[in-house]
Design a protein around this ligand. Structure first.
Ligand SMILES: [Zn+2]
Length: 137
């Protein structure tokens, strides 16, 4: 299993971080942390640009994060036309900044910076897999 199953579109099928998709299939969104220097990465990286090592630990993003910023997409790039409108968000999980889509179940009017969010793995109708941010229950 490679990267072809991730996201709304598949851009690449070969990667050193295919454990990311395997994590999603287990309902876990993960980042990587360099065991040598401690630098963290989301999206996950297999190679560390801090120390040039490649001894990475995969860690689940757990709990709730704070919405740092967001934007409403009304005019989509090629391939995403059927998805608009949707909201892209940057959420901070204890220093791990995760970029992704806000669930369409969250109304535009209730979306605000610093609101609490958690991640949820989503299986798309076309067999792809991705994640989004939802309100904690
Ligand atoms: Zn490192």
């Amino acid at each position: 299993m490679g990267f072809e199953k991730f996201g709304h579109k598949s851009f690449t099928s070969l990667t050193k971080v295919d454990a990311f998709v395997a994590g999603l299939e287990n309902k876990e969104l993960k980042y990587t942390k360099c065991r040598s220097c401690g630098k963290t990465y989301f999206p996950p990286r297999a190679d560390c640009c801090g120390c040039l090592g490649n001894d990475m630990e995969w860690i689940k993003i757990d709990g709730t994060g704070n919405l740092l910023s967001y934007t409403r997409v009304n005019y989509a790039p090629t391939g995403f036309e059927k998805d608009v409108p949707y909201t892209l968000a940057l959420v901070d999980f204890n220093g791990i900044k995760v970029f992704g889509r806000l669930s369409s179940a969250i109304a535009k009017e209730e979306t605000m910076v610093v609101m609490q969010l958690k991640t949820q793995v989503v299986n798309l109708p076309n067999g792809q897999i991705t994640y989004e941010f939802i309100k904690p229950s």
